[in-house]
Design a protein around this ligand. Structure first.
Ligand SMILES: NC(=O)c1ccc[n+]([C@@H]2O[C@H](COP(=O)([O-])OP(=O)(O)OC[C@H]3O[C@@H](n4cnc5c(N)ncnc54)[C@H](OP(=O)(O)O)[C@@H]3O)[C@@H](O)[C@H]2O)c1
Length: 335
C-alpha cells in the first residue's frame, strides 16, 4: 500500500450531477496517530442522500465542502490500530468516505461480523437502508395484518426491505418501480404481491387494480408525480412514512403536489423521518435484520461497480434508476 485514491467534490451541481463534479486524486496512505485506526475500505455505499451533500440547500446535515472527500458509508478492515477498541483484522462500518484508506478515531464506527452475512450487506439490508425500511414501516406506518402497504422505488435498497417486512407483517405488499424488469424482480424474487411500473404511463389505473381495498400505508421514497398519484388512493386514517423524494433531488424546481386535500379528508398521518434520529431503533433493526438475512428470510440483490474510479458514474446511474437492489462500489476484494 503506497497510494490512497480519493474522490473529491470538485463543483456543486445545478440540476443533474455530472462526472466533472468529482475529482479523483492519489495521495499517500495516511498514518494513524495516537488513538486512531487505519481502515482499508472494501465496499463503498452509494446513496441518494449524497446528492444533498453536494449542495448548500437547507438540510439536516452539513454539505461536503469543495475539495473535500465525498462523504459516504463504507465497510472495511482495520489494518493498523492505536485505539484500544479496535485491533488489526477487525471489520468496521461507518462514514469513511469515497476513498481506499481512511483514518478514524473510531467515533461512529461499528464492528461487523463477516461470518454472519457478507460484508457488503452491512451497507444495504443489514445497514442504513435496512434500518430505514424498518423504522419507517414498523415505527411510523405500524401496518396491521391484512392491510395494504405500498412502497415506491420498490426494487431499491430501502424499498426491497420494506416490501419483505410488510409481507412478514401479514400485509398485502405492493411496489411501484420503473420498468418491467424491476417489477418482475419485486414480485418473483422478493415476494411482493404486486408491483406497478410507473413508467408505463397508467400509474393511477394500474395501482387501483393492484390495491382493490385502497392503501393503508405508504412508504414514500420518490415524491413527485408518483406520490401525488398514491395520495389519491389513500384510505381514511392511513399512514405515510415520508422517507425520500428522489424525484426532486436533481430538479431545478420542486414538484408541485396537487393532492394535499386527500391528506385532510382521509385524516392521514404523514411523518417525515431521518433514520439517524433514532439510534435505539437503528441498533435493534440491524440486529434483527442480520438474523433474518442470515436465515435467508430477507433476500437482497446488489448492483456492483468495480473500482473506486467508477464511483461517480455509478452514483449518477443510481440516481437515474440504473441500479437493481443496493448500489455498491467494490473498492478492494474481500479476503
Ligand atoms: N429518511 C431517511 O433516513 C432515508 C435513509 C435512506 C434512504 N432514504 C431515501 O430513500 C429513497 C430510496 O433510497 P435507496 O437508497 O433505497 O435508493 P434506491 O431505491 O436503491 O435507488 C434509487 C432509485 O430511485 C428511483 N428513482 C430515481 N428517480 C426517480 C423518479 N424521478 N421517480 C421515481 N423513482 C425514481 C430509481 O428506481 P426506479 O427505476 O424504480 O425509478 C432508483 O433506482 C431515497 O429517496 C433516499 O433519499 C431516506
Amino acid at each position: 500500500m503506497s497510494t490512497n485514491m480519493q474522490v473529491l467534490l470538485a463543483s456543486r451541481p445545478t440540476g443533474w450531477v455530472q462526472e466533472s463534479d468529482f475529482r479523483i486524486v492519489q495521495s499517500p496512505v495516511p498514518k494513524p496517530g495516537p488513538g486512531q485506526i487505519l481502515v482499508k475500505i472494501h465496499w463503498l455505499s452509494l446513496d441518494p442522500y449524497m446528492r444533498g451533500r453536494m449542495s448548500t440547500g437547507k438540510s439536516y446535515a452539513k454539505p461536503v465542502e469543495i475539495g473535500e472527500v465525498m462523504t459516504g458509508g463504507a465497510v472495511g478492515e482495520v489494518v493498523e490500530s492505536s485505539n484500544g477498541k479496535f485491533k488489526a483484522a477487525d471489520y468496521v462500518v461507518g462514514s469513511l468516505g469515497w476513498q481506499q484508506y481512511a483514518v478514524s478515531n473510531g467515533e461512529g464506527l461499528t464492528k461487523v461480523d463477516p461470518k454472519l452475512v457478507p460484508l457488503s450487506c452491512y451497507l444495504g439490508c443489514v445497514g442504513m437502508p435496512g434500518a430505514t425500511a424498518w423504522t419507517g414501516l414498523l415505527e411510523h406506518c405500524k401496518p396491521l395484518a391484512g392491510e395494504t402497504v405500498v412502497v415506491s422505488a420498490a426494487s431499491g435498497a430501502v424499498g426491497s426491505v420494506v416490501g419483505q417486512l410488510a409481507r412478514m407483517q401479514g400485509c398485502r405488499a405492493v411496489g411501484i418501480a420503473g420498468g418491467k424488469t424491476k417489477c418482475d424482480f419485486a414480485v418473483e424474487e422478493l415476494g411482493f404481491d404486486a408491483c406497478v411500473d410507473y413508467k408505463a404511463g397508467r400509474l393511477h389505473e394500474d395501482l387501483k387494480a393492484a390495491c382493490p381495498d385502497g392503501i393503508d400505508c405508504y412508504f414514500e421514497n420518490v415524491g413527485g408525480e408518483v406520490m401525488d398519484t398514491v395520495f389519491r388512493q389513500l384510505n381514511a386514517f392511513s399512514r405515510v412514512a415520508l422517507c425520500g423524494m428522489i424525484a426532486d433531488y436533481n430538479a431545478t424546481e420542486p414538484y408541485g403536489v396537487t393532492m394535499m386535500r386527500s391528506l385532510l379528508v382521509n385524516r392521514v398521518n404523514l411523518r417525515g423521518f431521518i433514520v439517524s434520529d433514532r439510534p435505539d431503533l437503528y441498533a435493534r433493526a440491524i440486529g434483527r435484520l442480520g438474523k433474518l438475512v442470515a436465515e435467508g428470510k430477507i433476500k437482497y440483490y446488489e448492483t456492483v461497480a468495480e473500482g473506486l474510479e467508477n464511483a461517480p458514474s455509478a452514483f449518477i446511474g443510481m440516481l437515474k434508476g440504473a441500479n437493481l437492489g443496493k448500489q455498491l462500489v467494490k473498492v478492494a476484494p474481500d479476503r
